[in-house]
Design a protein around this ligand. Structure first.
Ligand code: EPU
Length: 337
């Protein structure tokens, strides 16, 4: 059923109050197809929501918002090497992680507690503590909006990159992801090489970590650094970590010997945007009911009742300041509507 004038506040983790002219949820492919084939004016804007965790709403949405609520997580096949697990796109991502841990399946424990839905995860190739969804991705099914047919996408068709996929570029707005299948392992090699994770496990006095130990360590770090959207509105990292060339890095490093960075290849270095924003003095800055989180400068927050426009303007001000102080242009990770 399509509702009119629906407040999207419960549907975005920033907790912003914006209205959708029309709103409906769907819990299976048939319902989705029915909604789409009944649409009178296909030129009207449409927005598909998963967990709404990567979204900055700056105005009311004059179109149809569809909330994906396709549920279900199941093991679909298993061999010596891999176990394929399929989940409905409307499942909460962390429920997928918990399912894997409960079944002693490794591969996604480093991505514990990332907010958002299963369907949104491949769209921006979510990642944390050294692992990205592309590393365990098997395939996804998506509804083609022009043909209303289901199509399968394998790893190479998704064109995964750092917080990127084909669904943010060439195929943007053309598909709705309905389920995702990951390739998990029973004999799993844990990836604990990420500095903060290694340190956390040491502090937990865990020497032979299990999948669950790694998940618990990740959860502990995230809870310490990142605000819980149920308490303070936010959408995780607001900006992407910028990648610069070696020449530019040399100059920056000479001026800022402590610059937080990760080498990518011989000529490319990823700079921690959180470090840049922190150094520029924005961390913990509060402007009334919104601001920059006190424990992680990469996260912008809504303390309650803020406007998306104000948060957008704050992000513009930060961008300008980072350009003038470091000569680096930050790119937003969130989807601005
Ligand atoms: N830093 C500061 N000040 C800050 C924040 C960070 O100096 O306010 C420094 C830290 O000390 C560290 C470096 O910057 O040396 C990196 O910080 P952190 O390890 O917290 O990671 P990040 O680069 O800020 C990225 C992802 C996160 C992911 C973590 C862990 C992006 C844009 N963000 O953050 O992903 O959880 O690494 O893997 O790539 C997200 O995308 O929403 C997200 C939360």
């Amino acid at each position: 059923m399509i509702e009119q004038n629906v407040n999207l506040k419960p549907h975005n983790t920033f907790g912003l109050s914006c209205k959708a002219a029309k709103f409906s949820n769907f819990s299976n492919i048939e319902e989705l197809k029915a909604l789409l084939s009944n649409r009178k004016n296909t030129d009207d804007p449409m927005l598909v929501l998963g967990g709404g965790s990567n979204l900055l709403l700056t105005k009311d949405f004059d179109g149809l918002v569809l909330k994906n609520e396709i549920q279900g997580i199941e093991i679909i096949s298993e061999n010596e090497e891999f176990t394929l697990v399929k989940a409905g796109a409307g499942e909460v991502w962390h429920q997928f992680v918990l399912f894997a841990i409960d079944n002693n399946l490794g591969g996604i424990e480093n991505m514990s507690l990332i907010p958002g839905s299963v369907g949104a995860a491949p769209m921006q190739n979510i990642g944390a503590y050294g692992v990205e969804i592309k590393d365990v991705f098997h395939e996804l099914e998506a509804l083609n909006l022009s043909t209303l047919e289901i199509e399968k996408f394998q790893n190479q068709n998704c064109q995964f990159g750092y917080r990127e996929s084909v669904f943010k570029h060439a195929q943007k707005g053309k598909y709705i992801i309905v389920n995702v299948t990951l390739k998990l392992e029973r004999k799993h090699h844990l990836n604990t090489s990420y500095g903060a994770l290694e340190q956390e496990l040491e502090e937990m006095e865990v020497t032979q970590p299990t999948i669950r130990d790694v998940s618990n360590a990740v959860i502990a770090i995230r809870k310490r650094k990142l605000p819980d959207p149920a308490e303070i509105g936010n959408s995780g990292s607001f900006f992407k970590n910028p990648v610069i060339n070696a020449e530019k890095f040399k100059v920056l490093k000479a001026a800022h010997p402590n610059i937080a960075h990760y080498p990518i290849d011989e000529n490319h270095i990823k700079i921690a945007a959180g470090w840049l924003i922190d150094q520029a003095g924005w961390k913990g800055k509060t402007l009334g009911n919104y601001g920059v989180h006190k424990n992680q400068a990469l996260v912008l927050v809504n303390y309650g009742g803020a406007k998306g426009q104000d948060i957008y303007q704050l992000s513009e001000d930060i961008k300008q300041d980072i350009i003038s102080k470091f000569g680096i242009e930050l790119e937003r990770e969130v989807n601005v509507i």
